[in-house]
Design a binder for this molecule. Sequence first.
Ligand SMILES: [Zn+2]
Length: 77
Amino acid sequence: MNNIIKLLTKEAAMQYVFNCPAQGCNFSVKVETENSDWATEKITEVSLFHHNHAHPKMTPITSEQIRTLVIPIIEEG
Ligand SMILES: [Zn+2]
């Protein structure tokens, strides 16, 4: 499941949109940056916060697990 949509916005800046995979949840976080490391950190941080506060009954997820999902998609191209 690909929950991150990568859009080319300007010459160098990339826009990453992360959509919460939970059913019925419309949460998404948008990050615009030229730095993929920063994008990974930001998406991980915001996603973790969202998961813990919006879905406390779902299986807990760690920042490492989120990174594992986010990094390959961000580094794809
Ligand atoms: Zn959610």
